[in-house]
Every structure is written in C-alpha cells, then in structure tokens.
Design a binder for this molecule. Structure first.
Ligand SMILES: C[S@@+](CC[C@H](N)C(=O)[O-])C[C@H]1O[C@@H](n2cnc3c(N)ncnc32)[C@H](O)[C@@H]1O
Length: 306
C-alpha cells in the first residue's frame, strides 16, 4: 500500500496513465521519449549526497539526447552514468540549507506540494523518508520525473499532476513541504491553511519562500505580478509577514533558517536550461535590487507545527 489506502487508490491510476486526463500538446512527444528510455535491470542509486544512478548501458549519446529533449531542466542536478544534467538551479544548495535545520525524515511519509521534477523527493529518500507523494500540476516537470524515475526505478515516490486545492485528500502526512510556492498564491492564508490540514497531529510543515526586508511591511504586491522577472508572483512576504501568516493559522514556529540571498551561482542558464535565468532578474547596475526595483530575493525555511 502506498502511504494509505486513499493515497494508494488515488495515485495508482497514474502509474499507467501518468498525465491523467490533462491535456498538453507536448504530451505525445514526452510519452515517445519516455518509451525510448531504457529501464535498467539493476540500477545503483545514490540519493544521499546527490541524485545519481549507475547502470550498464552502451548507448550513452542516445540517452543524453533523449534527456536533453526534455529540457528545460529547472531543478537538479542529476547524474545518470556519465551524463550530468546541469539544471538551472543547484537544488542541492537549498537541500543543504534544509538539512541544517535537523528535521528527521527517517521513516516518514511526506507530501511535497509543488514538487517540480521530484529532485527533492529523491533527496528525501536519501535522508531516510519512507514514501513521498508529490503534487505537481506542470506536466513538463512530471515528464522529467517519469524519465528520471524510469532510470532510478524507485517505487517510493509517486507524482500526481494536480494542485493541492483540487485534491480533497483526507490522509494526513508526517511532513508536508511547500517550497517556492507561497509567493505564487493568490490567497496565501488559504494556502497555509490547506497545507496545515494535510499535516498529521505531531507532524511538521516546512515552508520555504522568498522573503523581503521587514521594512517593506508585511508583504509586497508586485506590479503586474512580476518580481525578479518571474510572472505570477502575487505577494512576497517579509519575515514578519510570514510569521504573522503562521500565527493567524495557529501554527507554531519551531525553527527557521537564515535568509540567504539567491546568487547567479545557485540559479543560472545552462545547456540544459538555455532560456533567461537569474542574470535577467536583477538590476545590472545594483545587485541588491530586482530589475523591477524591489529588494533582491532572499530565501528562507520555516519549520512549523500545529
Ligand atoms: C517555483 S516552483 C518550486 C519547485 C520546487 N518545490 C522547488 O522548491 O524548487 C513552484 C512549483 O509549484 C507548482 N505549483 C504551483 N501552484 C501549485 C499548487 N497550488 N499545488 C501544487 N503545485 C503547485 C508549480 O507548477 C511549480 O512547479
């Protein structure tokens, strides 16, 4: 059984029909690529230090170009034999910041909301998690997860291409993650309350988000919903703003990371993500400011309990 009978029956249909009823004109292209990828017999995986797999395979160049066809790779890196998927984000740096908070994942069932291509879910397995349900509505990210997981052959992660608010799940989880989602929400309080509902009694909610200096007030509503060249950014909270949101939702703050400035080492254009990246997010004359004139992004983790 995958986590609970409810999660098992909800997620099982996606094992054979991974995009569900969702439409995207690239769906068939992705399915053809996935079909051509090898399914290794005895892959040797390492998720503790990185997301890496080794297996016997001769057609390395063909494998590289199939994986390249799934670009843009935003989250990673992934190491597949001698192929390094050098993603836009060095997501390992965020994961290291989470690990400094000493939250044990050992034996835990986890919900990762807005999981992207599943990079962090693999790292959660590396840190001892039992099973991870990923929710990710963007089918491009889902296609990358399916590719990586075909090579890794893990049965401990399932990805469902839905939004949290469309799920109506009764199951609760030991740990719920929402990383990089808060500022995309039109109703941040509702997002926090929806996440809280998914946490077991005694469980933990992990929020990672962009924060602004407290001098900005509780939150900023960026003009045209653009912040650091990102679209669909509705509210960016300050640290005090985040803590106010948590208090209003009756969540208790148990730990928090430092606020770390995003750099163009952590987020940058690569061969695997050749479009605009962090270099177009900041004012070229003043790196403390976004291109729109707001304070440059810093990111922070919060560990919460109900
Ligand atoms: C900025 S990315 C963050 C990805 C990853 N969690 C990370 O920290 O790198 C936000 C992701 O959340 C997904 N997303 C946005 N709203 C969501 C929602 N309501 N429920 C589930 N996923 C959502 C998006 O498709 C996107 O892949």
């Amino acid at each position: 059984m995958f986590i609970t009978r409810e999660v098992d029956s909800l997620s099982s249909p996606y094992l054979s029909n991974p995009f569900g009823g969702k439409s995207d004109k690239r769906k068939q292209i992705w399915l053809d690529i996935l079909d051509k990828l090898p399914k290794p017999n005895n892959p040797k995986v390492d998720f503790l230090e990185q997301v890496r797999v080794n297996f016997e395979y001769e057609e390395s160049e063909q494998l590289r170009s199939l994986l390249m066809e799934l670009k843009p790779w935003r989250k990673g890196p992934f190491q597949i034999n001698d192929i390094s998927i050098d993603s836009e984000w060095l997501s390992n740096e965020k994961w290291e910041r989470f690990k400094e908070l000493n939250v044990s994942l050992d034996g835990k069932n986890i919900l990762d909301v807005g999981s992207g291509n599943g990079y962090y879910a693999f790292r959660m397995l590396g840190d001892g998690a039992s099973k991870i349900l990923c929710l990710e509505p963007n089918l491009m990210h889902v296609s990358q997860f399916l590719a990586i997981n075909k090579l890794m052959s893990s049965e401990s992660i399932r990805m469902v291409p839905e939004r949290l608010e469309d799920m109506a799940l009764k199951t609760t989880f030991d740990i719920v993650f929402s990383m990089g989602l808060l500022y995309h929400q039109r109703n941040p309080s509702k997002h926090i309350n929806d996440l809280k509902e998914m946490v077991k009694e005694g469980g933990k909610l992990i929020i990672e988000t962009i924060i602004l200096p407290d001098e900005c007030g509780l939150f900023l509503e960026p003009d045209l919903s653009r912040y650091a060249s990102m679209p669909n950014v509705h509210f960016v909270h300050s640290d005090i703003g985040c803590k106010t949101l948590f208090e209003e939702s009756k969540l208790f703050l148990r730990n928090e990371s430092l606020a770390i400035k995003t750099t163009n080492q952590e987020q940058r254009k690569t061969k695997w993500m050749p479009f605009k990246s962090f270099e177009s997010a900041l004012n070229p004359k003043n790196n403390n400011e976004t291109i729109e004139g707001y304070p440059a992004p810093k990111r922070k983790f919060y560990v919460l309990e109900k």
